[in-house]
Design a protein around this ligand. Structure first.
Ligand code: GTP
Length: 228
């Protein structure tokens, strides 16, 4: 059995909640309302994944699957600087794939090529509305990602927006019903719910994780990424 690598989130409180950090060999799903910090954690992981293991990193590269166009290379610069890394070198090790739901087939082909490298982290945003075709493709892709995580000791991190109520415009924050439905919930090993706190404070709660208690951690979104 491969040794699990734990990659820091940038927040000690969040790392402790996760038993050390975002783990390889499994899928971690973050869901929660708009602006709760899911994408900011993805950006922070783009950097911390590349840190040496002695600095709670993964000593690896990143494949970032962006289905919503939310990746911001300029955000990587201050985060890399905070961790004492060269931003240019960090960006060179982030392989981007821009994909819309219709292109999931291409994504599957791309994932096959991925296995030739040592990638430690993937970010995938699951859109809110799923038609049957997309739903099937998503299920196939998640099964592929699970295999990649196990075979290549990769950490998979994916984000998922909570369904918005079209009538009231409020979020249905029922953690049992994230967007993407049970296909996604099934594939994820660790499920995290994010919500807004005061100001730049955010709260992360663990759901359905086999080895973690269902407790919470408070973290902040800063210029340098996720922090305490
Ligand atoms: P979506 O908006 O649905 O993608 O939700 P999300 O949970 O992915 O939100 P995201 O992670 O993008 O968090 C947005 C929040 O991050 C904003 O409300 C800001 O508080 C913070 N943020 C974004 N960019 C910056 C930045 O450049 N500097 C700082 N200090 N905070 C930022």
């Amino acid at each position: 059995r491969k040794a699990v690598v734990k990659i820091t989130t940038g927040s000690q409180a969040l790392d402790e909640l996760l038993g050390g950090g975002i783990e390889t060999l499994q899928i971690t799903e973050a869901f929660g309302e708009f602006r709760s910090g899911k994408t900011q954690l993805a950006h922070t992981l783009c950097v911390s994944t590349q840190l040496p293991t002695s600095m709670k990193g993964g000593n690896g590269k990143v494949a970032y699957i962006d289905t919503e166009g939310t990746f911001r290379p300029d955000r990587i610069v201050p985060i890399a600087e905070r961790f004492g890394m060269d931003p240019g070198a960090v960006l060179d090790n982030v392989m981007m794939l821009l994909s819309h739901s219709i292109l999931l087939v291409c994504m599957q082909r791309w994932l096959k090529n991925l296995s030739d490298y040592w990638w430690v982290f993937l970010e995938l945003t699951i859109p809110n509305k799923l038609n049957l075709y997309f739903f099937q493709k998503l299920a196939q892709m998640l099964s592929r990602l699970t295999k990649i995580a196990e075979e290549f000791n990769v950490a998979v991190y994916m984000t998922n927006q909570v369904i918005a109520d079209p009538a009231g415009g409020v979020f249905i924050s029922d953690p049992k019903k994230p967007a993407g439905g049970h296909v996604l919930a099934h594939a994820a090993t660790v499920r995290l719910m994010f919500r807004k706190g005061k100001g730049e404070q955010r709260v992360c709660k663990v759901f359905d994780a086999p080895n973690l208690p269902e407790s919470e951690a408070i973290f902040q979104i800063t210029g340098g990424g996720i922090a305490d």
